[in-house]
Write a new protein. Structure first.
Length: 67
């Protein structure tokens, strides 16, 4: 009897995984960005990269100013 319940649970889990993967694929196809939002904007990244080229700015000070 246990084997029947285990097989049923495994089948249901596979259905859930399949549905989840289909949903994620559909979201990606619609252009939805998954995950956490970026920690920095593109402008902040460009500004930090510019500061990195200047020797008077230490990496740690640039990182601390962006936190």
């Amino acid at each position: 009897m246990f084997h029947v319940f285990a097989a049923l649970a495994e089948f249901i889990r596979e259905l859930i995984v399949e549905g989840t993967n289909e949903g994620l694929a559909a979201a990606r196809a619609r252009g939805v960005r998954l995950g956490l939002p970026p920690a920095m904007t593109d402008e902040q990244i460009q500004s930090a990269r510019t500061l990195l080229t200047q020797p008077e700015h230490a990496v740690s000070s640039i990182a601390n100013s962006r936190a």
